[in-house]
Design a protein around this ligand. Structure first.
Ligand code: XMP
Length: 329
């Protein structure tokens, strides 16, 4: 009877054997649960021969870079290089409105940054890293190569680009995927055994392209990014204070590129609107909108309009998936 403790020890042992005393590994940390747990496990096996990079693409949430970098160093003691590539990403995204184009640009910029990181590292080390650590989970594996006879076709693998195959193919690195046989709840358990903070393990999923899919249209329009960060932070903090965070699958604010008329103080305003979305779901494939108490929504709406400049209207999304998707783009 295998416990997760056994699996953990077995994986650490296996990686030790594979990596010997010389081999190095690199890992891109997204700030999410899977890559963090994978890296923490590999660190247990090879210590400072693991080299992690966290890329700030300019599309992160309120204080997210500080918060995750602090956890990586203070709680997990992981060797992480933070690359601030926000200018680079935002320059490439200027004027781009099409959601799929935005995703493509973000994907290829990420590869460029990661490539540069690994080339520099190879020079520093005087040798190329041997392994690439990825936080691939069992469901990602099944989705990206449906078992024969499962009745699944390529169209079922649509989500695979989110997590699998997003990294350079010509790097000739061997993959280390220590979570490949686990489901999400098992990864959280494993994270607990590895002393990853509980609050972090319960974090809602966050898309790779970040706030770019939560600002409809051009991400670089005016103050959109900063405005959205503040509105989102108010919403999420209120959810946490009300003790509702763990029963919600995902919650966030969306910046709408429309201006509507309002009256604030004794002035008429012509400002942007934000939409709030919160859903319950088992796996993100189907979802229902979360039925908040109206008083809760009223308070969040008032707080956003009173404190976030440039917002004079808040709407709540009451659509399930299907027909809507979780994200607005
Ligand atoms: P949708 O919007 O497709 O979202 O109903 C389902 C889940 O996937 C997340 N999502 C993404 N994750 N890259 C990601 O890493 C993406 O491009 C992306 N688009 C959506 C979404 O947040 C939800 O959890």
């Amino acid at each position: 009877d295998w416990s997760l403790q056994d699996i953990l020890e077995e994986q650490v042992q296996l990686i030790k054997e594979m990596a010997g005393t010389e081999d190095h590994a690199i890992c891109a940390l997204s700030g999410g649960v899977d890559s963090t747990v994978a890296a923490t496990l590999v660190y247990k096996a090879i210590g400072d021969r693991l080299h992690c990079v966290f890329v700030d693409n300019g599309l992160l949430r309120y204080k997210e870079r500080e918060r995750v970098m602090n956890m990586f160093s203070s709680d997990l003691h992981l060797p992480v290089t933070c690359v601030d590539a926000s200018e680079q990403f935002l320059t490439k995204l200027k004027g781009v409105e099409d959601p799929e184009k935005k995703r493509k640009i973000i994907g290829s910029e990420f590869i460029a940054v990661f490539d540069e990181f690994s080339s520099k590292l190879a020079i520093e080390l005087g040798r190329k890293p041997t392994f690439l650590v990825q936080g691939t989970l069992y469901p990602d594996v099944i989705e990206s190569c449906p078992p024969p006879g499962s009745g699944k076709t390529l169209s079922h693998t649509i989500k695979s680009h989110h997590n699998v195959g997003g990294l350079p193919k010509d790097m000739k690195l061997k993959l280390l995927e220590p979570l490949k046989w686990l489901f999400k709840d098992e990864v959280r358990e494993l994270g607990k055994l590895l002393q990853v903070p509980q609050g972090f393990l319960k974090r809602h999923p966050f898309p790779g392209p970040g706030l770019a899919v939560r600002i409809l249209g051009d991400v670089t329009q005016g103050e959109a990014l900063d405005t959205l960060r503040l509105a989102d932070e108010i919403f999420i903090s209120a959810i946490k204070e009300a003790g509702l965070y763990d029963e919600i699958w995902q919650a966030f604010a969306v910046y709408l590129p429309v201006k509507t008329v309002g009256v604030q103080g004794d002035r008429r305003t012509h400002s942007h609107a934000v939409a709030l979305r919160a859903i319950v779901s088992e796996d993100g494939m189907t979802a229902d909108w979360y039925h908040f108490n109206p008083t809760f929504l009223a308070e969040v709406s008032a707080k956003i309009c009173n404190t976030v400049r440039g917002i004079n209207r808040v709407v709540y999304d009451i659509t399930s998936k299907p027909p809507s998707t979780v994200e607005w783009e």
